[in-house]
Design a protein around this ligand. Structure first.
Ligand code: IPM
Ligand code: MG
Length: 399
């Protein structure tokens, strides 16, 4: 290897460090989470995304508009469609999020987002960064909150995945030092660890669950995971009533499929990449990635999305209308809850449980032998409107 290669890599590393130090400064001055109930008018942006995104998002948007009908009519809430976050438009601008789309997103308080295609090497699209990752970074959505429940097994998990650093923040900024050596970077900052860990402990305290599990691989990844764990140790002291333990990510993936132990886990907090992987596993245990919703929370903005991808294959095969909208509808319930419409959120959750777990009058298979997303959306809307919703849910769930 020549010195030139090393110098170029060093220069690149220096630039990255400066950017990360600047990010720390921003985090230092960050304020409290927005209180949405104080806004004169709340703007909810709906971004369809691509692939099956616009198909499933449409049904979630209908439900959102119906549940907020009074507030929309009174001018307290605006639901706004934001165009242009498609793979075609992103490829055209060679940007994860084209500038004008980002400007529109920043005019909203909260965003409901369909899945967006993430190009990978060799698939024909320019190798631009994931729109998810870019949006989480640009809007500083530091907490990826993913709940999973299986009431009949006593499973009630909520994952607090760090969402703005770890292996992701420089995922597009690694270096091919020369043709033989490639290096990626993983970043943990004290401020970044603190804010996600605190959110998890706050949640455990607020809900009375009083139990937090910290997941890392700190035995091997000494610096970044080491920091995550030592920050957790420090923060935990501020929450004496919350019990906590720490697990390594490998054994954690095993424990989630251990029927004797898994219901003991409640609130889990973990770095970005482990959170990505573990939450797909947890969603599969719950019934498939199509069944889970995902909240991306920051101090100024928040964004709610389906946990799954854009399934371009379904579109290519002409099956997009059969795609399951339950994940994005679940995200809609999480959105309503987060911005303060707690009762409406609860109703939507109960209706979804009835439609997907208990009554199941309509079954979605992703193919023409099952119901369409539109039929499912109507079913959810009818269920939300039922006078006996609460009773039906209580009877069905054995509450
Ligand atoms: C998720 C997704 C994203 C991630 C992809 C689309 C970049 O898998 O939201 O979990 O890795 O975070
Ligand atoms: Mg994922």
């Amino acid at each position: 290897m020549t010195n030139v290669d090393i110098d170029a890599a060093k220069e690149h590393f220096g630039k990255i460090l400066k950017e990360q130090l600047a990010r720390v400064e921003v985090m230092r001055s960050s304020s409290q989470l927005t209180d949405y109930t104080n806004l004169d008018k709340m703007v909810i942006g709906v971004v369809g995304g691509d692939g099956i995104g616009p198909f499933i998002c449409k049904h979630a948007e209908n439900i959102l508009r119906e549940l907020l009908r009074t507030e929309i009519e009174a001018g307290k809430v605006e639901v706004r469609t934001i165009e242009g976050l498609t793979i075609e438009n992103r490829a055209k601008h060679l940007k994860a999020i084209p500038d004008d789309v980002l400007d529109e997103l920043k005019k909203c308080h909260v965003i409901l987002k369909g899945p967006t295609t993430t190009p990978k090497k060799g698939d024909g699209w320019p190798n631009i960064e994931s729109a998810n990752v870019a949006m989480r970074r640009e809007l500083d959505l530091f907490a990826n909150v993913r709940p999973m429940r299986i009431p009949e097994q006593g499973i009630d998990w909520i994952f607090f995945r760090e969402n703005t650093e770890g292996a992701y923040v420089l995922g597009s900024k690694g270096v091919d030092v020369n043709e033989d050596i490639s290096i990626d970077f993983t970043v943990a900052t004290t401020q970044g660890c603190e804010r996600i860990i605190r959110l998890a402990f706050d949640h455990a305290r607020k809900t009375g669950q009083n139990k937090v599990t910290v997941v890392t691989k700190a035995n091997v990844i000494k610096k970044t995971d080491g920091k995550f764990l030592s920050v957790a140790e420090r923060i935990a002291k501020e929450y004496p009533e919350v019990k906590w333990d720490d697990w390594f990510i490998d054994i954690m993936t095993a424990k989630l499929i251990d029927p004797y132990r898994r219901a003991e886990f409640k609130v889990m907090v973990l770095p970005n990449l482990y959170g990505d992987i573990l939450t797909d596993e947890a969603a599969q245990i719950q019934g498939g990635v199509g069944t889970a919703g995902s909240a991306n929370i920051g101090t100024r903005y928040s964004m709610f999305e389906a946990i799954h991808g854009s399934a371009p294959r379904m579109v290519d095969e002409g099956r997009a209308q059969y795609a399951d909208p339950s994940s994005i509808i679940k995200a809609t319930a999480m959105l309503l809850n987060h911005v303060g419409f707690v009762e409406k959120a609860r109703k939507l959750e109960m209706a979804l449980d009835l439609c997907t777990l208990f009554e199941k009058r309509i079954r979605i298979t992703g193919r023409s032998d099952g119901a369409t997303g539109e039929q499912f959306g109507k079913y959810v809307l009818e269920t939300v409107a039922r006078k006996d919703l609460e009773k039906a849910w209580n009877d069905a769930s054995g509450n």
